[in-house]
Design a protein around this ligand. Structure first.
Ligand SMILES: NC(=O)c1ccc[n+]([C@@H]2O[C@H](COP(=O)([O-])OP(=O)(O)OC[C@H]3O[C@@H](n4cnc5c(N)ncnc54)[C@H](OP(=O)(O)O)[C@@H]3O)[C@@H](O)[C@H]2O)c1
Length: 262
C-alpha cells in the first residue's frame, strides 16, 4: 500500500491542533507538529508514537517571527512527504477595538492571517505540481458575524474563509483539496488565553467532537465545513445569495439610487 502523506499541523500543542494530531496519527499519517511549546508537543508525541507507531517530528516555531515562520515554510516547500497542511494556529484577543493595543491587534493579524497565507503559499505550488494533497484552514463562525463584536479576530477569520474558497476554486481542478473549517465555541485554551470565561457561554462543543465532525467534512471533500450549523441548506442559501449579486457588479454607471443627491 502507498505510504500516506505526512501532515504538518500548526498550533499542535493544544486544543484543536493537538486533536488533529491525535486523529491523523490514528489514521496512520506521519506528523510534523508546529507551535511555540516544543516540550509540550514532545510529551504529546511520545505518547502518540507509542500508541500508533507513526513518525512525529517537532518543529518549534513562533509563527509571528519571520525567521521561525520561514523555517516552517522551507519545510513545507522542501519535504515532498508532506501532503497535508493543517493551518490551525491562531489566537483571539479580548476587549473592544478602541481599547485594544495597536501592536496586539497587529500581532493577531500576523498569526491568524499572514502565517496562514505564507504557509499555504509555501506548500501550494508543490501540491499543485504533484496533482494531489490538501490544505485545511481553521476559520471561525465569528468571521461570518460582525455582530459578535470581535472585529479584528472576526476579520482574520473572514480572510481565512475567503482565501480558502478562492484557493479551492484555483487548486481543486489541479487535484488539491482545500477545506475551510468554521468552528463555533469549542472548549480549548483559546478562551483563557484571551481572558474570556468559556463556562459563561451557553453552548460549547467539546474539541474531540469538533475535530471528528471536521474530518467527516474532510473525507467528503467539502470546501467549507461548519460543524455546529444544524441545516447545511442555510449555508447553501447564503452562498447562492452572494453569487446572485456577482453579475450585477459589472456596470459602467452607478446604481440608480446614487444618481440623485440626498
Ligand atoms: N476554541 C474555539 O472556540 C475556536 C472557535 C473557532 C475557531 N477557533 C480556531 O481554532 C484554532 C485553534 O485554536 P484552539 O481553540 O485550539 O486554541 P488553543 O488551544 O489556544 O490552541 C492554539 C494553538 O496555537 C498555538 N499558537 C499560539 N500562538 C502561536 C504562535 N505565535 N506561533 C505558533 N503557534 C502559536 C498554540 O501553541 P503554543 O502556545 O505552544 O505556541 C496552540 O497550539 C485557532 O485558529 C482558533 O482561532 C477556535
Amino acid at each position: 500500500m502507498a505510504k500516506k502523506p505526512s501532515v504538518l499541523i500548526t498550533g499542535a500543542s493544544s486544543g484543536i491542533g493537538a486533536t488533529y494530531a491525535d486523529r491523523f496519527a490514528r489514521r496512520g499519517h506521519d506528523l510534523v507538529l508546529v507551535a511555540r511549546d516544543g516540550a509540550r508537543m514532545e510529551a504529546m508525541a511520545a505518547d502518540l508514537r507509542r500508541e500508533t507507531g507513526v513518525t512525529i517530528d517537532i518543529l518549534p516555531a513562533d509563527l509571528t517571527k519571520h525567521d521561525q515562520l520561514a523555517a516552517v515554510e522551507a519545510r513545507l516547500r522542501d519535504d515532498a512527504g508532506i501532503g497535508i497542511l493543517v493551518n490551525n494556529a491562531g489566537a483571539s484577543l479580548g476587549g473592544r477595538f478602541v481599547d485594544q493595543v495597536t501592536e496586539d491587534v497587529a500581532q493577531l493579524v500576523a498569526l491568524n492571517t499572514t502565517a496562514v497565507l505564507r504557509l499555504a503559499s509555501a506548500v501550494a505550488p508543490r501540491l499543485a505540481n504533484a496533482g494531489e494533497g490538501a490544505i485545511i484552514n481553521i476559520g471561525s463562525v465569528v468571521g461570518l458575524a460582525p455582530e459578535l463584536g470581535l472585529s479584528v479576530y472576526g476579520a482574520t477569520k473572514a480572510f481565512v474563509l475567503f482565501l480558502s474558497q478562492g484557493l479551492s476554486l484555483e487548486l481543486g481542478p489541479k487535484g488539491v483539496y482545500v477545506q475551510a473549517v468554521l468552528p463555533s465555541a469549542t472548549r480549548t485554551e483559546i478562551w483563557e488565553r484571551s481572558g474570556a470565561d468559556v463556562n459563561a457561554l451557553s453552548a460549547v462543543m467539546e474539541v474531540g467532537e469538533l475535530v471528528d465532525a471536521a474530518l467527516v467534512g474532510f473525507d467528503r471533500r467539502e470546501p467549507v465545513t461548519i460543524p455546529p450549523l444544524p441545516d447545511a441548506a442555510d449555508w447553501d442559501a447564503y452562498q447562492s445569495a452572494r453569487r446572485a449579486m456577482l453579475p450585477g457588479f459589472a456596470q459602467v454607471h452607478a446604481a440608480e439610487r446614487y444618481r440623485t443627491g440626498a
